[in-house]
Design a protein around this ligand. Structure first.
Ligand code: VIB
Length: 227
């Protein structure tokens, strides 16, 4: 079994909790509360900015042109293509994309980007890829699950979102990241592999927390002056 096959197996519980989450289920059913969609987009716009910065750090730590090209292409993909699923959500709630940009991150989303940034700043490419991989991998599987469970047609309100993530390009990103991570893990110590496993599981947990953050419209607690 490859390292990333083991990662997937060890995190089956979280993957399933994500598929069963009411926000994800709502995408399949074509019904998600508008406030939850808006909360998601506000956080996800900033999440994608952070994700590109992490790719930028991975690029800076790359030792060959193949890796440099990989991270460069992935930044371009976020800039040019990841906006399509966002536009689908904006159309659904009838709100301008620009109006949902520039907001501070709610606690769980803030935690997620700081977790990725921690591994980007302190780890090597293996640790960085481990923290990044649950992002495309969980979305690929969500897309496929929703495709097979709900069999949406082009008149489904979230057809563009579901087909975007069930698409070959998300599959290719996931596979390319897995191959890079498998090669690095094969040359890494047990101690390093444990750090990669920890980074991967926490990112899976934070993916789940991100859905919950959006669904419940999570906010920072009000400051309470007590005496
Ligand atoms: C919280 C959160 N997790 C995953 C994605 C999906 N996603 C973001 S960037 C990317 C491609 C990786 O190169 C993918 C699949 C999202 N939008 N928001």
């Amino acid at each position: 079994m490859t390292f990333t096959q083991t990662l997937r197996e060890e995190n089956q519980d979280i993957f399933h909790a994500i598929f069963d989450h009411p926000f994800v289920d709502g995408i399949g059913k074509g019904e998600v509360p508008a406030e939850s969609i808006k909360h998601y987009i506000k956080a996800d716009f900033e999440y994608l900015n952070a994700f590109m910065r992490v790719y930028g750090i991975a690029l800076a730590k790359s030792q060959n042109r193949d890796d440099i090209n990989f991270f460069h292409e992935k930044i371009q993909f976020i800039l040019n293509s990841e906006i399509h699923p966002h536009h689908n959500f904006c159309d659904y709630v009838g709100v301008d994309y620009e109006g949902l940009q520039g907001y501070p991150l709610p606690p769980s989303a803030d935690h997620y980007i700081k977790h990725m940034m921690h591994h980007a700043q302190t780890g090597g490419l293996g640790e960085i890829l481990s923290a990044l991989l649950p992002c495309p991998w969980t979305y690929l599987e969500i897309g496929r699950e929703l495709m097979s469970t709900f069999n949406p047609t082009s008149d489904h309100p979230f057809y563009p979102w579901i087909s975007f993530y069930a698409d070959e390009r998300t599959a290719a990103t996931t596979l390319e990241m897995r191959e890079r991570l498998d090669a690095i893990a094969a040359d890494s110590s047990k101690h390093e592999q444990l750090k990669m496993k920890d980074a991967f599981r926490k990112s899976c947990q934070l993916e789940l927390a991100f859905w919950e953050m959006a669904y419940t419209c999570e906010e920072w607690p009000e400051s309470v002056v007590s005496r």
